[in-house]
Every structure is written in structure tokens, then in C-alpha cells.
Design a protein around this ligand. Structure first.
Ligand SMILES: Nc1ncnc2c1ncn2[C@@H]1O[C@H](COP(=O)(O)OP(=O)(O)OP(=O)(O)O)[C@@H](O)[C@H]1O
Length: 218
């Protein structure tokens, strides 16, 4: 199994005491599978995505990615896992302002030792970014920045792609096209894909769906 999460719990501190956000979530994802993570605002979707990506640690339960138990990793090892194995596409894009689009796209692939100039150009072309390659992130629209973030992650060829509302800044037609492209690209690379989305239309195009309600699988 590419991803296996078992009985994951997570609470955050709040003024009223610990706020339980995930209350025993389990899920499996095989290589090549695509999963939509849905649920109303505050149900714990981004929290689960962050735990699977090793950006935060669960209070209890286990998460295994590509055979590696995340609990056994320190911060540096979790960061290394994100360079080589898990690609995260964030809601806020996290592009590097001082790098041109071309170098933002190449950044993670270079760190992962996966950079291939033709593959990077092909991705940029398929995502409609060819004209933007010499520009800087601040010169792009929100939708263009979102597509750069997607290209940057996919260019590194991760085994598991995690995306938090990756088409949230796009109009409906562009969102459909970009999701279709993400599905094509992960199918070509054999990666697993987990996408947080509020869109019923997009969720319906994924292979499976996991619906969270108040921190448990509904
Ligand atoms: N770092 C944090 N510290 C404290 N509380 C947090 C933190 N991260 C998330 N929360 C809380 O955990 C709950 C779940 O948040 P999360 O972002 O996982 O929900 P979500 O389902 O992704 O929501 P949305 O669809 O609005 O993005 C919310 O009540 C949020 O306020």
C-alpha cells in the first residue's frame, strides 16, 4: 500500500481546552489510485493532508507512506520524504518569489534529483504556462500561480501527490481542465493522488472519496 493511515487522532490547543479535530481516521491508498477528501469546512481535511505529508504529527495512530512509518522520522527525515516521495500542493501555493516561474517549476525536481528540462517544458506547456516561464510569481494571476505550484510538484515525480484545493482559484472550465491534467499526469507516473476539494463535480472524477464529518470518516 502506498499510503496507510490507522486510527489517526489530532487535537489542537484552544482557549477552551484541546479541540479534537481528527478522532480516529483510517484510510488506505494504493499506487495509481485517486481519492477525493471531502467534508464541510472545519471537518479536518487539511489537517489530515498535513499529517499524511509529514508537515505535522498525529497525537495517536500511525501513518505509513511508501513503506515508511512517519512516526519513526525526525523533522529532517520528514522534509527529505517530501523532497523525494510525497509532493504537496498547498492552498497558498508557496512559490518562491525570487525565482522565475521556470526555476520555481524546476526547484523541487532538482532537490529530488529528478529534473529533466524536456519534462519540465512539457508540463509547462500542458498547464498553459509557456508564456509565463520567465516571469516572477508576483506577475502572475492567482490561477497561473496555482498552475505553477501544480507543475512544480509534478515535475519532481513524487510517488504520492497531496493537493489542498488545487483548483480553488480557477474558474469552472479551467478547474476541470487542470484536474483532468493532474489525473492524466499521475496516471502516467503511477503516483497516488489525494485531493481536498469542496467541489462535488471534481470529487466525482476521482476514483474514490473519503468524506469527513467532524473528524471521523462519514
Ligand atoms: N494549527 C492549528 N492550530 C489550532 N487549530 C487548528 C490548526 N489547524 C487547524 N485547526 C482547527 O482544526 C479544525 C479543522 O481545520 P482544517 O483546516 O483541517 O479543516 P478543513 O476541513 O480543511 O476546512 P476548510 O474546508 O475550511 O479548509 C478547524 O476548527 C481549525 O480551526
Amino acid at each position: 500500500m502506498l499510503l496507510s493511515a490507522k486510527d489517526v487522532t489530532k487535537a489542537f490547543a484552544s482557549a477552551d481546552g484541546p479541540l479534537p479535530v481528527l478522532r480516529g481516521v483510517s484510510l488506505d491508498l494504493a499506487a495509481g489510485e485517486t481519492l477525493a477528501l471531502t467534508g464541510e469546512s472545519g471537518s479536518g481535511k487539511s489537517t489530515l493532508l498535513h499529517l499524511v505529508g509529514g508537515l505535522d504529527t498525529p497525537d495517536a495512530g500511525s501513518i505509513t507512506v511508501a513503506g515508511i512509518d512517519l512516526a519513526g522520522l525526525d523533522d529532517g527525515e520528514r522534509a527529505a520524504l517530501r523532497r523525494t516521495t510525497v509532493g504537496v500542493i498547498f492552498q497558498q501555493f508557496n512559490l518562491i518569489p525570487s525565482l522565475a516561474v521556470r526555476d520555481n517549476i524546476a526547484f523541487q525536481a532538482r532537490l529530488a534529483g529528478q529534473y529533466d528540462v524536456d519534462a519540465a517544458q512539457g508540463l509547462a506547456e500542458r498547464l498553459g504556462l509557456t508564456e509565463q516561464l520567465a516571469k516572477y510569481p508576483e506577475q502572475l494571476s492567482g490561477g497561473q500561480q496555482q498552475r505553477v505550484a501544480i507543475a512544480r510538484t509534478l515535475c519532481a515525480r513524487p510517488k504520492l501527490v497531496l493537493a489542498d484545493e488545487p483548483t480553488g482559484n480557477l474558474d469552472e472550465a479551467s478547474a476541470d481542465a487542470v484536474l483532468g491534467l493532474m489525473l492524466d499526469l499521475v496516471a502516467e507516473s503511477g503516483a497516488g493522488l489525494m485531493v481536498v476539494t469542496h467541489s462535488e463535480r471534481l470529487a466525482a472524477r476521482m476514483g474514490r472519496r473519503l468524506h469527513l464529518r467532524a473528524g471521523v470518516v462519514a
